[in-house]
Design a protein around this ligand. Structure first.
Ligand code: NDP
Ligand SMILES: O=C(O)C1=N[C@H](C(=O)O)C[C@H](O)C1
Length: 266
């Protein structure tokens, strides 16, 4: 059986370097190229901080695709460049597996339409950790019975986007089962702007950024005389790699864009 040819955008990043380690261990994946604006023209094995792959580094995704003809792009970069990479991958017949967060709903809709037009598989997953996917699913279940909910996400202080993709996805899953409801006192007023966090349909999302954290989320539900807290912690970025591998294996069989790893789990 031939191996799936993969390119990685953001290979020196916290997630990208973990993805390279995952590919190193996977018998059915082959790294054929990387996109890294600081090391274009070199081979991966010639960059000190990267593992020993004989794959070429490019600074431009279209040149990379034309040169190495990959099956799958794994994008772990930033919201702006990640969106561009995903769009160009789909347009050029390469299936994207996107961990990059911070895309707007309009951007996800645009990519969904593009994948449909091209009949090509794509996966965008705001969180690849299996435990986080379960935390989101359990939260959706709980929201049927507890419409009062606040989401508290905690991340390392190098994170660019707020709220996290996971928090947004959690709120979207809860929205599927919860009637829009304005929470808190009807006359509540913020005396300091932002005190009640971001708001989706009356639910509040609070983003904490501190050194020492990796990726953590609590979904707190309140009812008469009781609270329910559903919590997930990623202590290491290895936690995301089972999901990245699953998405790469599945995306080659898809002909549309899937948003959320839960749609690929049985
Ligand atoms: N879905 C999931 O399960 C997870 C998703 N994430 C998301 O993944 C993304 C990456 O996170 P993380 O690894 O922590 O971030 P890092 O900052 O560690 O890595 C980002 C990488 O993107 C590269 N990059 C930035 N701008 C460009 C550009 N214009 N062109 C090419 N490469 C660029 C950076 O390279 P340079 O040095 O050149 O800037 C860097 O290597 C984030 O959006 C994060 O939210 C994170 C964890 C889990
Ligand atoms: O930037 C991160 O680190 C993470 N980003 C994703 C998000 O925005 O939800 C996933 C995870 O929380 C780690």
């Amino acid at each position: 059986m031939s191996r799936i040819k993969v390119i990685v955008a953001g290979p020196r990043g916290k997630m990208g370097s973990e993805a390279l380690r995952m590919i190193e261990k996977a018998n059915d994946l082959e790294l054929v190229g990387c996109i890294d604006r600081k090391n274009a023209g070199k081979r991966v094995q010639d960059v000190d901080e990267l593992p020993s792959f004989d794959a070429i580094i490019f600074d431009d995704i279209e040149t990379c695709i034309q040169s190495v003809n990959p099956d799958v792009l794994i994008d772990l970069t930033t919201p702006k460049v990640g969106f561009l990479h995903t769009k160009l991958a789909i347009e050029n017949g390469v299936r994207p597996v996107v961990g990059t967060t911070g895309f707007t709903k309009q951007q996800i809709d645009e990519l969904t339409g593009l994948a449909e037009d091209k009949g090509i598989g794509a996966v965008i997953a705001p969180n690849f950790a299996i435990g986080a996917v379960l935390m989101m699913q359990f939260s959706k279940w709980a929201a049927k019975y507890f419409p009062d909910v606040e989401i508290i996400e905690r991340h390392h202080d190098h994170k660019l986007d707020a709220p996290s993709g996971t928090a947004v996805k959690t709120a979207q899953l809860i929205q599927e089962v919860r009637e829009p409801k304005k929470q808190g006192h009807p006359n509540e007023q913020e005396t300091l702007s932002g005190a009640r966090g971001a708001e989706i349909d009356g639910m509040h999302i609070h983003s904490v950024r501190l050194p020492g954290l990796v990726a953590h989320q609590e979904v707190v539900f309140g009812g008469p005389g009781e609270n329910l807290t559903i919590k997930h912690d990623s202590f290491h970025r290895e936690s995301f790699m089972t999901g990245v591998k699953l998405a790469v294996d599945q995306v080659v069989k898809l002909d549309l864009l899937v948003y959320g790893l839960e749609n690929l789990l049985e």
